[in-house]
Design a protein around this ligand. Structure first.
Ligand code: SAM
Length: 680
């Protein structure tokens, strides 16, 4: 038997036991990269078909029994080999061995089970047996964040990374975001009907990449580009982080020298970006409750060359507000555990369990949801009635599912017995629809419990004596965990008068706003995979109202923002999400004084005069000398502003953070639709 089968089977076995992620488990094995790649592909392909293969095994009389008798063959190996036999391009099992012998015995009934399934589902191709989310997955590009802490905050760090990809690895840097392509796909439904759906993709070649227009640190590659063992990743020069996941740190934007808390920080991608924003100065208290994940946090932030982090392995909820250590904390990032329903790019969705996304260690999520849910059940913050209602935690849910499955399997036999004895011992078997409905209700309860936990995390943040800004984010798509949490928090905070407000962040991103559920719920950002080509993500910024004169402050702030736009000759504010970027490429790529910019801001002011706009402005790299000198001036002003900040009531609102990475680009092919650029 081929070695790969056993390796892939072992990985699948470990995945089922929730011992890690697909990539982690495949690549951490003691094999070379080429072998790992083959094994990874086999694991992914097998997982795609696992649901179908499970059914085939069930439909093949005697196979499961035979396999159970033979204790040396693992179920996962059987699955891998059936994949190879029925669905791979090979169509046959390589090598020999016991498992192959067993399977060849059953080859005819296995083929006939597959044929019956296809007839039942009214499909002619094997691929049509796959569920829609597997057949038509949304593939997100590969986001690379350049670590601006590299080489002691070397001002050329972005340029160096770009140069490496272009000159050493033969990638082509596009001068602007590539075009989008929308195509119509035909989806075959289970009942045999067909449906047309629109799917939009980014047209990006495997050897092409481009620089994000909003955040120049972010480089965007084709989804198949594999950088997980890239030397620039291992030495801390780059970080693999989705654009959406960068938003909380970019928006909170603590100035150098400030003091912050990252309340739920492992594995630490947002922490290291905060650290980069602060240029390794000031202090970040990185709190992580889970000890194992805390280890990852320490390892990754060290690799990212962060020097201003104090890690605390404890629950954020245990931090005392009057601890002198936290007296200067002004900025708090809250990225608590969530349902992870926005994570689409990873292959976790291929895993057999419904809650797989939450249960394995991923960048965005965590594995301690059970504990959170248990804690929430005991939480004193929950009203008694709610507590009673929420006894269902995930472990219980799993037990319940197992029990039901067992019941279903035994149901037939027992029911027969019961009918004979006229005493029904087991409840009637539930239909598929009834089970699905029950699961939906249980999932709803689970999300509600998570929302209570998320609320408790932000509420704990507001009570630090000097906190000014609290940013809240989730990688969930559920309104309950997003807009609803924000509303609950602000209502509770302001019940005795206006003390905090929700700030309109990135006002120029017109397409990716929070759901319009209540007044100003669209002040927040909501990223959607099919539209923004990022993971599903939500961000909201809370800001303390410093004094009663808040309207003046707002106006001043808006004026400052406008001045900044004028001074910087920068069109970054005019950039929108990817969709808009593509429509506005010409505007976006002009580094000219752009009157549209001002119009845009004025429009926003008119629409929402009391809104404080995000106070971070990034300068897009350009080769315009005037821009550069203006940027330098502004940098100086900015430093001065920072120094003087204690003298001013509006201190942090006047701050401008300018990224002044002077990458010089030279067009080498004017005619090419996607202009090639050479780095000077
Ligand atoms: C969504 S993840 C954070 C991801 C992280 N911000 C990043 O971008 O790399 C949530 C983290 O919060 C941790 N956590 C959960 N409850 C916590 C608590 N009460 N106090 C501190 N950390 C907690 C989890 O263990 C998990 O590592």
């Amino acid at each position: 038997m081929c070695d790969f089968y056993q390796q892939a089977a072992d990985v699948i076995e470990q995945l089922i036991q929730k011992k890690g992620s697909i990539k982690g488990l495949t690549y951490n094995r003691n094999v070379n990269v080429k072998t790992s790649k083959t094994c990874y592909a086999l694991v992914c392909e097998t997982l795609k078909y696992k649901g179908v293969i499970d059914q085939i095994i069930e439909l093949t009389a005697g196979l499961e029994k035979e396999f159970k008798k033979n204790k040396t063959i693992k179920y996962s190996l059987l699955v891998v080999m059936i994949y190879e036999l029925l669905f791979s391009a090979n169509g046959k099992i390589k090598g020999g061995g016991q498992a192959k012998k067993l399977l060849s015995h059953y080859q005819a009934p296995i083929n006939s089970a597959l044929a019956r399934m296809k007839i039942q589902k009214k499909v002619s191709e094997n691929i049509d047996l796959l569920p829609d989310n597997i057949r038509y997955p949304i593939t997100l590009p590969r986001y690379v964040r350049v670590n601006t802490l590299f080489n002691d905050c070397d001002e050329n760090c972005i340029k160096n990374v770009i140069e490496h990809f272009v000159n050493v690895e033969g990638f082509e840097l596009l001068s602007k975001p590539p075009k989008l392509q929308t195509k119509s796909i035909t989806i075959k439904k289970e009942n045999g009907t067909v449906e047309q759906q629109q799917q939009t993709t980014i047209i990006l070649g495997e050897k092409e990449f481009y620089q994000d227009l909003d955040f120049p640190e972010i480089l965007i590659f084709h989804h198949a580009v594999d950088l997980h063992d890239h030397k620039m990743l291992l030495n801390g020069q780059i970080i693999l982080q989705d654009k959406a996941s960068c938003l909380p740190s970019f928006i909170l934007s603590p100035p150098p020298g400030s003091v912050c808390i990252d309340s739920c920080s492992a594995p630490g991608n947002k922490t290291s970006l905060l650290s980069a924003q602060m240029k390794n100065t000031g202090k970040i208290f990185a709190i992580e409750k889970d000890t194992k994940r805390c280890g990852t946090l320490i390892k990754l932030t060290k690799r990212s060359l962060c020097k201003n982090i104090e890690t605390i392995n404890d629950s954020f909820l245990n931090l005392k507000h009057d601890d002198p250590k936290f007296k200067d904390v002004e900025y708090i990032l809250c990225d608590p555990s969530c349902s992870g329903s926005g994570i689409v790019n990873r292959l976790d969705y291929l895993l057999p369990t419904k809650y797989s996304t939450d249960e394995i260690v991923t960048d965005e999520n965590d594995e301690d949801l059970d504990e959170i849910l248990n804690q929430q059940n005991q939480s004193t913050k929950l009203p008694e009635k709610e507590k009673e209602k929420s006894i269902l935690n995930k472990k219980e849910l799993k037990k319940e599912k197992k029990r039901k499955l067992k019941e279903m399997k035994q149901g037939g036999k027992k029911q027969q017995k019961d009918n004979n004895n006229k005493l029904p011992l087991v409840p009637p078997i539930k239909t598929k629809e009834e089970i699905e409905e029950q699961e939906r209700i249980e999932e709803e309860k689970r999300v509600k419990l998570l929302a209570d936990f998320q609320l408790s995390i932000i509420q704990h943040s507001f009570a630090f004596p000097n906190v000014k800004k609290v940013i809240y984010s989730t990688c969930s798509t559920h309104q309950v965990e997003n807009e609803d949490v924000v509303k609950r928090a602000i209502d509770e905070l302001n019940k005795d008068g206006e003390k905090w407000k929700v700030v309109k962040i990135l006002p120029h991103w017109t397409n990716s706003r929070g759901l319009p559920i209540y007044k100003n719920s669209d002040y927040s950002i909501r990223m959607t995979p099919s539209k923004d080509f990022t993971i599903g993500f939500f961000v909201a910024l809370f800001e303390k109202i410093i004094n009663n004169n808040s309207e003046n402050n707002n106006n001043n702030n808006n004026n400052n923002n406008n001045n900044n736009n004028n001074n910087n000759n920068n069109n970054n504010n005019n950039n929108n999400n990817n969709n808009n970027n593509n429509n506005n490429n010409n505007n976006n790529n002009n580094n000219n004084n752009n009157s549209e910019n001002n119009k845009l801001n004025i429009k926003n002011e008119n629409e929402a005069p009391k809104i404080i706009q995000s106070d971070k402005i990034h300068i897009k790299p350009g080769n315009n000398k005037n821009n550069n000198s203006n940027n330098k001036n502004n940098n100086n002003n900015n430093n001065k502003n920072n120094k003087d900040k204690n003298n001013n009531n509006n201190k942090d609102k006047n701050k401008i953070n300018i990224k002044n990475q002077n990458i010089k680009l030279e067009e080498s092919d004017q005619k090419h639709p996607k202009k090639k650029l050479k780095l000077k």
